[in-house]
Design a protein around this ligand. Structure first.
Ligand SMILES: [Zn+2]
Length: 219
């Protein structure tokens, strides 16, 4: 299956993508990983992307598209893939369609993970990270430490990352609504969109997603 995963920040896209890709035996292709891999291997595209990032600019669509194309042509992706973070706007979606069409291929489904804005804000703005170890992660409502402000594992001070501050989250949501959400309408025009709620436990959401994809595949 060739699947695109869409959803706002805080929807648990990365986690779901990893589980779904494993269940479906297809590679999980995330833009974050693509950028990191190209930059660490110092490919031409990686160097180009880094020059924009170092200058504090957005990486142009052409660069992202070229990295995605390169990755989708790897042998493990020939039978299908799950894209996470790409396409992130309509022009990238159009480029992806072109790319697939050239190979005589098409997408099978676009999985839309739905989370209300207020829940996104609650999920992200409630995160607290340990200063000693960024893998020690807490949440003021969902996973509170025994002692407020202190890490259960090592006693380190907990803090909120700048990226997780409420006004930053609201800005990221705004970008999602204006730039990424239009691709859902774009794909609705191709009858590819499967919308599921991303509320609830991680395994419940995975289950919901698998069932929705199966229904879509049967049609
Ligand atoms: Zn800690």
């Amino acid at each position: 299956m060739r699947i695109v995963l869409v959803g706002p920040p805080g929807a648990g896209k990365g986690t779901q993508a990893a589980f779904l890709a494993k269940n479906l035996s297809i590679p999980h292709i995330s833009t974050g990983d693509l950028f990191r891999a190209n930059i660490s291997r110092q490919t031409e595209l990686g160097k180009l992307a880094k020059s924009y990032m170092d200058a504090g600019n957005l990486v142009p669509d052409e660069v992202t598209i070229a990295m995605a194309k390169d990755r989708m042509e790897q042998p493990d992706a020939l039978g299908g893939f799950l894209l996470d973070g790409f396409p992130r706007n309509v022009s990238q979606a159009e480029a992806l369609d072109e790319m697939l069409k050239t190979e005589g291929l098409k997408l099978d489904a676009v999985l839309d993970l739905e989370v209300p804005d207020e829940e996104v804000v609650k999920r992200i703005a409630g995160r607290r990270i340990c200063r000693n170890d960024s893998s020690h992660v807490y949440h003021v409502s969902y996973k509170a430490p025994a002692q407020e402000g202190l890490c259960d594992e090592c006693g380190g001070e907990l803090y909120q990352r700048d990226d997780d501050a409420e006004d930053t989250v609201r800005k990221r949501l705004e970008v999602y609504h204006t730039q990424t959400e239009p691709i859902i309408d774009y794909y609705k025009g191709q009858d590819l969109v499967v919308t599921i709620s991303a509320l609830g436990k991680v395994d419940e959401v995975t289950q919901r997603a698998m069932e929705a994809l199966k229904r879509e595949g049967d049609e």
